[in-house]
Ligand binder design. Sequence first.
Ligand code: KIV
Ligand code: ZN
Length: 515
Amino acid sequence: MSTTNRVLIFDTTMRDGEQSPGASMNRDDKIRIAKALEEMGVDIIEAGFPIASQGDFEAVQAVAKEVTESIVCGLARAGKADIDRAGEALRPAKRKRIHTFLAVSPLHMRVKLQMEPDAVHQMVIDSVTRARNHTDDVEWSGEDATRSNHDFLCRCVESAINAGARTINIPDTVGYTVPDEYNALIKMLFNRVPNIDKAVISVHCHNDLGLAVANSLAAVQAGARQVECTVNGLGERAGNAAMEEVVMALRTRKDHMPYTTGIKTEMITRASHLVSTITGFVVQPNKAIVGANAFAHESGIHQDGVLKDANTYEIMTPESVGLRKSNLVMGKLSGRHAFRQKLEDLGYTLGDNAVNDAFKRFKDLADKKREVFDEDIVALVDDTVMRENDRIKFLSLEIICGTKVPKPSAELELEVDGVVKHTKALGDGPVDATFNAIKQLTSNSQHLQIYQVHAVTGGTDAQAEVTVRLEENGKTVTGQGADADTLVASARAYINALNKLLVKREKSAPAAMSA
Ligand code: KIV
Ligand code: ZN
């Protein structure tokens, strides 16, 4: 059993999270997320899967250059090419880890790998040995470990440690296990693997049955000291254990689970919004910790109780996860200096160009909207900064619609690869006309799967945050856009999704890449 109570947080938002259908991150997105995670105190950042594409290789390399405090990790299957590619991408990192994995369940070995257990066992040893040529910090994962044969799992774990793995990950790849079973599995490893004290035991839980966080906590109670998780619970299929839930459960229930993490919990809300904006995955309102309603009290009885003593219905404070009271920021008379100060208070460190662009949009917004809140600034800045390197940029939109117009029309101006383009299109409604105009100026092979609007704050002058999901040849991307004008926000969201599609066209995952 482990002797330390410190639980390492291994974030895989940029690897397993990016494997969510529709989620994609480019190099700059990954740098932004990595910096936020580092600032938050994440111990290990899994930045990607370098062999998956040239883009992912470069993203991992860029993160490796930028991040100095956290360990930067790259994923590799068990083959030499994968491992060497990960080693190469991680070369600039101050602190680096190679995470190599191989399936260990009878089903995966037979069907996916088509290998006998002895050959798999040998490959575990060879892959860890190879990874050790690149770094001392090697993590080995036994994919689908929760459906494996225990004798075989123990054998592989022992050999991986002997070959030099310092971290052993026991993934619940298909989200199949339940808390007491997973707890027993981890205890079994502590009891049966003779060299287990030479490695940190890690857990990686998928959320197919909604048990990822509960399973992760059960494993910590059994001695695991690394939890692999993602911001907002992003990840393959139903996602991974949500980092904010794991961390806040450990913090809030210290009486029951006496473990600590290095996470500055006050940065949780900011990280959640950043990941949501970059991926276009909207956080459900009732999502634990980071949902818009997580700290909202609607019923009179609850409101009355909270006003008398917040402990009546709040087990943690909104401030502990970085939620501030809705602050009225500034109006149209506020200057650049005050705006820059506000950005710093909200946790942004931006270059001059980004501040100037955001300030211009803030002024436009303040002209239209009587009250500008922190939430407005966050939505606006994320929307501006995230678009800096986009190939397609929104310039202007004019809509004519209403009951007296036979068919709504949209007049649109975009910049595509540096060239300003202009068009006019008709549609069945103003949104349809806007999207038709965009399609005229760009490509037309994508299909709209989802179109959603939500208000950033209350009031009829609230900014709209629009989410658009596009599909092309089986690949999906999700874009977001914010603006006081819902149609402009819609255009921005569609264009954001198109930019991601351009990136996705360049990327293609290698065969047999798994959960
Ligand atoms: O779910 C899983 O098994 C994985 C491994 C690569 C760790 O993501
Ligand atoms: Zn996974």
